[in-house]
Ligand binder design. Structure first.
Ligand SMILES: [Zn+2]
Ligand SMILES: [Zn+2]
Length: 248
């Protein structure tokens, strides 16, 4: 019996370690609120990608997103659709999400940060309804990872299994740091973060160590500014491998 307990302890420790690693790289594998995904199956490529917005963004931004994604992930998308404004539906108040919302308020009543799971369930529903392979939401709400309360105010997060991403623009604004507003810089950061999150869905969770790669992890905006829109050679090879394997 003691032997089993020891094993159990070991496994629990390992699980904690793994969880910490996962949250450090900013990707949620957390299923604590059991996201419901009727269409859950492997991503079929090329696919359709949908972009949604929550709160106002310049209409030109979508055009730029589309053009850059098509450039960086050449031939991966049949189409990139502008899904327009995101509306919180009734699903937001479904059991799990409501509970999370309540708990979140308890923890943090000063800053109204939003758990990524809140968005994921809605995004899964829309992705299924619109028959999309991947869906990404752009919002200016502050977001935190549903897998770890310690991460407040993230730039973005991707749920690999459910093929949906959320990018929060709040921390990408110069005004957030009490600096002069810079629309150009802001746009560049938004585009890089979107490419980065979509990159995770296509080539997986690990971050790239290469400075000249959009898949490098950015903890601060300065790090986003220092990286390009594009993927490095190694990461591009990963895309090539997928194209070769699936023959497109
Ligand atoms: Zn990342
Ligand atoms: Zn790379």
């Amino acid at each position: 019996m003691a032997k089993f307990q020891k094993y159990e302890q070991k496994i629990r420790k390992y699980k904690e370690k793994l969880k910490k690693l996962v949250t450090r790289i900013g990707i949620s594998y957390s299923e604590e609120f059991d996201l419901v995904d009727e269409e859950l199956k492997k991503l079929i490529l090329p696919c359709h990608l949908g972009v949604m917005f929550y709160t106002d963004f310049d209409t030109n931004l979508f055009k730029q997103i589309k053009s850059l994604l098509n450039q960086v992930f050449d031939s991966f998308f049949f189409g990139i659709n502008n899904l327009g404004q995101f509306h919180f539906g009734k699903a937001l108040f479904s059991k799990g999400i409501k509970k999370e919302h309540k708990e979140m308020r308890k923890i943090n009543d000063k800053i109204s940060t939003h758990p990524t799971n809140k968005f994921y369930q809605e995004l899964i529903n829309i992705r299924t309804k619109e028959k999309l392979g991947i869906i990404i939401l752009l919002t200016d709400l502050p977001i935190y990872s549903s897998s770890d309360d310690n991460i407040v105010f993230m730039f973005g997060e991707t749920h690999l299994k459910h093929r949906c991403s959320v990018v929060s623009t709040l921390k990408l604004k110069e005004e957030f740091y009490d600096r002069v507003r810079d629309d150009k810089l802001f746009e560049q950061r938004v585009l890089k973060e979107i490419i980065h999150e979509i990159g995770h869905i296509l080539i997986g969770s690990p971050h790239c160590e290469e400075n000249s790669c959009v898949m490098k992890f950015s903890k601060a905006v300065e790090q986003i500014d220092n990286k390009p829109y594009s993927l490095c050679r190694e990461c591009n090879l990963k895309l090539d491998k997928i194209r070769d394997k699936l023959n497109f």
